[in-house]
Design a protein around this ligand. Structure first.
Ligand code: ATP
Ligand code: MG
Length: 900
């Protein structure tokens, strides 16, 4: 290298160039949202996108790779949030540089490459570099003497700067099982003037920063005490870019590098602090710079603020950044502008930032504005609560949860405020309380389940088929894009996890062919189904999947006959079902484009399902679509369908497609060459799915529902083709039947129904009037025949077809007519439940006989409760059968009251 790199961007590039020079293949950073890994909230290390290569379920064309990986360590197993702002070396978002060997070079090269880059290219002083190697404190795993040996070989490395460390620091594990191995860390001495280091504990103090971790993957952990050596050994390294840039730029903090200082200075410009004031109160500056950068990268990867999972983290990061602004006198939205600066600084290395500049600014600002309205109230409220606690006490989790649900105050901020007063928050209690609200701010294990036995079985099968020349090095040929029928011998027949010679009717089997026309579920499109048939047998294929790289497996049930391994077979995709699927897939692209046009460019795909009978599309948007918008989207899609656009499908390099503006899907893994699908100038997406050849094949497109799935995410469901036709036909049928019933034509249906409803209303009104009149007449007769109980005039009656208003009216009339010593209890049944009303005259109230008590006594007997004023009380119940007996009991109750 001619010149020592100076800027952060140059240093990033120099790392990549150095390893390209060592024959490494450059791989783009994968998204912060891990592709196809629901167990991990965010990509937290460079190895996440290569996890399957280590596990053997994925293969790459290259054996050496290098990259700069976007990482977030803010949830789950790796959470550095509490350090961010407190120290100068930990961030929520950071770039991890890496070099990788997949079964190629090992410790010798890994260590010497690292040493060469650090000391020759970057010219770091050799006497300030320290290395650690693994030595098991339990004495079960061998000490990594091999690494020690290679360190000793490095020119200018002195062995008194090498230390042995145990499992916590120097044995790296992916999870409870799976690939693992010892690692060797490289630390940099920030204060060499303090003299030689004799105690390894000093490495863990602020005199040192850890810059690079070289992991040597050589074991497969099968259980707590079981480590098997791997057939192939791998190298996985991670170097924190910000830390190295700080060292090379000779500054005391990551926040003073040219990657973060511009953000800090922009904040300073807003606050008007002098340099001295800023440095004395540096924590808020650090937090704001870090969180603004993190928010920009999150939003560029499609993670918008919301209430759950990743979206919660985005919300929390923005709100926390905003609140720290308050510590330096900023009380109106400002974080968006700081994030824009991060876009400026990083956009060449990460073009997704450039593409999303406006969305980033708008999203952050909107989120700040929302929080601004409640922050003050929330803080005052929280301070009141904290005032009641003594130092050392803990704020209950439900209280913190309540602060979030009422004021939108994230737990992390509540914790910050409590901590500033020496108090703690019950975080476990918070999670429990939030579970009710289905808000989840953390994630499970860093790594998901590992394939296990099935993977091993299919890898071995693949090897054997390759040895016998039945499959070539690429494994099963996957081509769902051309012929939907292929022929060839059954290469393997599997039953209950074992290869078998033959199978019989109703057996559940797996079938391997040399090539397959079946589409395998991906990008939301479901797998094909169909048949595999031989001379005297047939198998119904229900699913197709890939348990190991190169092994594509059909899963099905023997319909009839006895298929045998080696039999000639014809695999046939269910054509009708496939056609329904492709119509829905092409319609999904049209829908995406229509939303972009009508709802706005922030409405981006957040998930989708392409099935034969319908399609489902989730997208980022904050509120329900209006009826007009839904109609406009539907119209737009149908217009594009009728315009009969051809689908232009091409393979091209990922970078080229992205530069041309093709839309990528978040959470999808893309290889270096991608398939792009274009219609006109309005739809351009990366997509591996199967499609119509022209938009008109979609037929009709109808939206069947619009709703929300999570905060900030809307969902549209729709049908196309024959399902849309079916829907229209059913609706027509209903309409025709209804029109016939109304003796009118379908076109007059609405006006007919509306005049019918008018008629009905009128009829109800006059019926009510009549019922009331009737009730008055009945009351008159009843009053002449009142029951006498201990001198009291009692009326109890069950009214048929009555309502509460009528009952109240009768009760009132009763009290007017029987002004002294009168009690009335009325019951009726409304919608299957008993309802009661009781009234007593004023003179009786003085004697202690109250309507409220009486109604309680009666209501209890019909399984209900109620109450009211002493003169008038109402109640409801459950058991209308018991109504007559309950009313009969009134006389007894009165006697008891009178005589007590
Ligand atoms: P530390 O002990 O400093 O937290 P770590 O052991 O967690 O580091 P690794 O998981 O080995 O780090 O990650 C590899 C490299 O990534 C580290 O050597 C460091 O340079 C960098 N790194 C790790 N965490 C962060 C972070 N939160 N911010 C910036 N860089 C980091
Ligand atoms: Mg760490």
């Amino acid at each position: 290298m001619a010149n020592k790199p100076k800027t952060g961007n140059e240093i990033r590039q120099s790392y990549i160039d150095f390893f390209i020079g060592k024959k490494h293949h450059f791989v783009r950073s994968s998204s912060l949202v891990p592709g196809g890994d629901a167990t991990l909230l965010f990509t937290n290390a460079g190895m996440v996108q290569f996890k399957d290569v280590f596990l053997g379920t994925d293969q790459r064309k290259y054996k050496r790779a290098t990259n700069s990986q976007k990482c977030m360590r803010v949830a789950g197993k790796h959470n550095d949030l509490e350090d961010v702002g407190q120290d100068d070396t930990h961030h929520t978002f950071f770039e991890m540089m890496g070099n990788w060997s997949f079964g190629d070079y090992y410790k010798k090269e890994a260590i010497s490459y690292a040493w060469e880059l650090l000391t020759e290219i970057w010219e770091l002083p050799k006497d300030r570099l320290y290395a650690t190697v693994f030595k098991d404190e339990l004495g079960q795993i061998p000490t990594d003497e091999e690494a020690v040996e290679y360190w000793a070989e490095q020119p200018g490395f002195s062995m008194d700067r090498l230390f042995y460390l145990g499992r916590k620091e120097n044995f790296w594990e992916m999870g409870d099982t799976g690939p693992c191995g010892p690692c060797s860390e490289i630390h940099y001495d920030l204060r060499p003037e303090e003299g030689p280091v004799t105690d390894k504990a000093v490495l863990d103090t602020d005199r040192f920063t850890e810059i690079w971790n070289l992991v040597f993957i050589q074991y497969n952990r099968k259980g707590p005490d079981k480590l098997d050596p791997l057939p192939r050994k791998h190298v996985d390294t991670g170097l924190g870019l910000d830390r190295v840039v700080a060292i090379l730029q000779n500054v005391s903090s990551n926040y003073r590098t040219d990657l973060l200082l511009p953000l800090v200075e922009a904040v300073q410009e807003l606050t008007g602090d002098s340099d001295q004031e800023r440095d004395q109160n540096f924590t808020p500056y650090r937090v704001i710079a870090d969180h603004a950068r993190a928010a920009a990268f999150l939003i560029a990867d499609g993670v918008v603020p919301g209430n759950m999972g990743r979206n919660y983290i985005c919300r929390m990061i923005i709100r926390r950044g905003y609140r720290f602004g308050g510590h330096v006198g900023l009380h109106s939205p400002f974080l968006g502008r700081i994030a824009e600066l991060a876009v400026d600084l990083y956009q060449d290395a990460y073009p997704e930032l450039k593409q999303n500049r406006k969305i980033i600014l708008n999203t952050i600002t909107r989120e700040e504005e929302q929080f601004q309205q409640t922050l003050e109230n929330a803080t005052l409220h929280l301070e009141d609560l904290l005032n009641e606690l003594k130092v050392g006490e803990t704020l209950p989790g439900e209280v913190a949860a309540n602060l979030y649900t009422t004021f939108g105050m994230p737990l992390e901020i509540t914790r910050d405020i409590a901590k500033e007063r020496g108090l703690a928050v019950d975080q476990e209690g918070f999670r429990k309380a939030m579970e009710l609200h289905r808000v989840n701010s953390g994630a499970g294990h860093a790594m998901g389940d590992i394939g296990g036995e099935e993977v091993e079985f299919y890898r071995e099968l693949l090897n054997n088929l390759q040895k016998d020349n039945k499959l070539d090095s690429g494994g099963v040929l996957y081509n769902p894009y051309e012929e939907l029928t292929v022929q060839g011998p059954i290469l393997a027949l599997i039953k209950n996890g074992k290869a078998v010679e033959t199978a019989k009717e109703k057996d559940q089997v797996q079938i391997i062919l040399a090539k397959t026309p079946f589409y395998m579920e991906s990008g939301g499109q479901v797998s094909d189904t169909g048949t595999i048939e031989g001379d005297n047998w047939s198998i119904v294929v229900q699913d197709i999947y890939q348990p190991a790289a190169g092994m594509i497996v059909h899963k099905g049930i023997v319909q009839h006959g006895n298929p045998k391994s080696g039999d000639q077979a014809t695999a046939k995709v269910d054509l009708k079902r496939r056609q329904d699927i492709i119509r829905n897939h092409t319609a999904t692209h049209l829908l995406h484009a229509a939303l972009d046009k009508i709802v706005g460019e922030h409405a981006r795909q957040a998930g989708s399902l392409v099935a034969p009978d319908h399609l489902r599309f989730d997208f980022t948007h904050n509120q329900a679509l209006t009826d007009e918008q839904i109609l406009a989207v539907e119209e737009e899609v149908n217009r594009r369908i009728l315009e009969d656009h051809p689908l232009d499908i091409k393979q091209k390099p990922l970078q080229e497609a992205i530069d041309e503006g093709a839309r990528a899907l978040f959470g999808e893994k893309y290889s270096d060459v991608v398939r792009t699908i274009k219609m006109g100038d309005f739809s351009y997406e990366l997509c591996g799915g199967t499609h119509c050849s022209r938009s008109s094949e979609v037929g009709l497109f109808l939206i069947t529902s619009e709703g929300s799935t999570a905060a900030g995410i809307r969902r549209i469901e729709a049908v196309t083709g024959s399902a849309a036709y079916q829907l229209v036909q059913n609706r027509f049928k209903e309409m025709k039947t209804a029109a016939k019933l109304l003796s009118t034509g379908p076109d007059q249906l609405a006006s007919q129904v509306s005049s019918l409803l008018d008629l009905q209303k009128k009829a109800e009104k006059s019926r009510d009037k009549l019922l009331r009149k009737l009730a008055v007449i009945e009351l008159k007769t009843a009053l002449e025949n009142l029951e006498q109980v201990d001198g009291i005039n009692l009326l109890t009656s069950i009214l048929e077809e009555s309502d509460l208003d009528t009952m109240r009216m009768i009760a009132d009339r009763f009290r007017q007519e029987v002004s002294k010593q009168g009690i009335v209890v009325l019951g009726t049944v409304i919608d299957g439940s008993p309802r009661l009303i009781a009234a007593v005259t004023e003179d009786l109230i003085k004697e202690g006989i109250k309507a409220g008590d009486l109604i309680k006594h009666v209501a209890q007997q019909v399984g209900g409760g109620g109450g009211g004023r002493p003169n008038l009380a109402e109640a409801g119940g459950k058991d209308s059968e018991k109504l007559p007996a309950a009313l009969d009991s009134v006389a007894g109750w009165i006697k008891e009251k009178k005589n007590s």
